[in-house]
Write a protein that binds this ligand. Structure first.
Ligand SMILES: [Zn+2]
Length: 222
């Protein structure tokens, strides 16, 4: 079974990807992790990706697709795969669809983690990190014991550069614009499930699990 998870940064899709991996034994393909590993290994693709990331540019679709396909082919015999954060635009979605057709596979479910911008920005703007030890806090939901001081090492907390209001807003708008056609594409194929991400993690997980269980049952009775 192939599952795709889409949603803007901060929508909680990473958490759900991990839950699917652990509970159902899916092989997870996360674009972010994949690039980080390729860069560490310093292989051909890694070197190319590094050049883009170093200059703050988006990695081109062709390179993303090349990596995804390579990872898909070498997935260590696993039948069930989740894609975390891919495809992120319509180009990638179409190309990947053709690729899957060519290997006689198709996507079973696409979860879209939907969250209103006002809530997302509140979540991200309340995030604080410790510049010394890397501990992460949220002033709303997981605050430090004493105001603005790290519980673990006593340093003064800071905002992450890319959690600032303007950057958050811009990132969200770019994301929405790029993924709107992707949602439409999968909705036409009747695999899209919209998840309201403005709920607690357990509730979201129960819903996600229910959809996956149902798909497995359908496949069994085929
Ligand atoms: Zn600290």
């Amino acid at each position: 079974m192939i599952i795709v998870l889409l949603g803007p940064p901060g929508s909680g899709k990473g958490t759900q990807a991990e839950l699917i991996r652990k509970n159902f034994g899916f092989y997870k393909i996360s674009i972010g992790d994949m690039f980080r590993e390729a860069i560490k290994r310093e292989d051909n693709i890694g070197k190319k990706a590094k050049r883009y990331l170093a200059t703050g540019k988006l990695v081109p679709d062709s390179l993303v697709l090349k990596m995804v396909k390579r990872e898909f082919v070498s997935r260590k015999g696993r039948r069930n795969i989740i894609f975390d954060g891919f495809p992120r635009n319509i180009n990638q979605a179409r190309d990947f669809n053709e690729f899957l057709n060519s290997v006689n596979k198709k996507i079973a479910l696409v979860f879209y983690f939907d969250i209103p911008f006002s809530i997302l920005s509140e979540r991200l703007l309340q995030r604080r990190i410790c510049p010394r030890c890397g501990a992460v806090y949220n002033l709303g939901t997981a605050p430090p014991i004493s105001h603005n001081i790290c519980d673990r090492c006593g340093s003064i907390l800071a905002k992450r550069e890319d959690d600032r209001a303007e950057i958050v807003k811009n990132r969200f708008q770019v994301y929405e614009k790029e993924t709107a056609p992707v949602k439409k594409f999968y909705s036409k194929k009747e695999v899209l499930v919209n998840i309201n991400s403005d709920a607690n993690e357990d509730g979201i997980w129960r819903l996600v699990k229910k959809h996956i269980d149902r798909k497995f049952n359908q496949e069994k009775t085929k």
